[in-house]
Write a protein that binds this ligand. Structure first.
Ligand SMILES: [Mg+2]
Length: 120
């Protein structure tokens, strides 16, 4: 079973996405990016990371840059969940290595389909 890590400061997002993903994927959720990084540093290597942008402690774009410049994590696809419909931001993050950019509010089914296209 492939694994997906979701990081979003809204626990409700984690709950909803879990309902859609947990039958087909090993699903891990953290409401704090620092806790997510801790989980990764414990040796957990998911097949996909999905991250929110606006979060306390660490912004999603910082997290993306960190992961993409880290030897161990740089090849893990990172999908962005954003509340901002900004072309500039979308281009910036896609250029920085994000594999996809999904606007909130999103349909969880669409998210699942996009995940399937990336990791199967
Ligand atoms: Mg947020």
């Amino acid at each position: 079973m492939k694994s997906v890590l979701l990081i979003d400061d809204k626990e409700s997002i984690g709950k909803v996405v879990s309902i859609y993903l947990s039958k087909e994927y090993n699903f891990a959720f953290f409401d704090d990016p620092l806790k997510g990084l801790e989980w990764l540093s414990e040796g957990n290597i998911p097949d996909l990371i999905i991250t929110d942008i606006r979060m306390p402690n660490m912004m999603g774009d910082e997290l993306l840059y960190y992961l993409k410049h880290n030897e161990i994590f740089k090849d893990i696809p990172v999908m962005i969940l954003s509340g901002e419909d900004s072309t500039t931001e979308r281009i910036k993050l896609l250029e920085a290595g994000a594999v996809d950019y999904i606007l909130k509010p999103f349909n969880p089914l669409e998210l699942k389909i996009r995940i399937k296209k990336i990791i199967g």
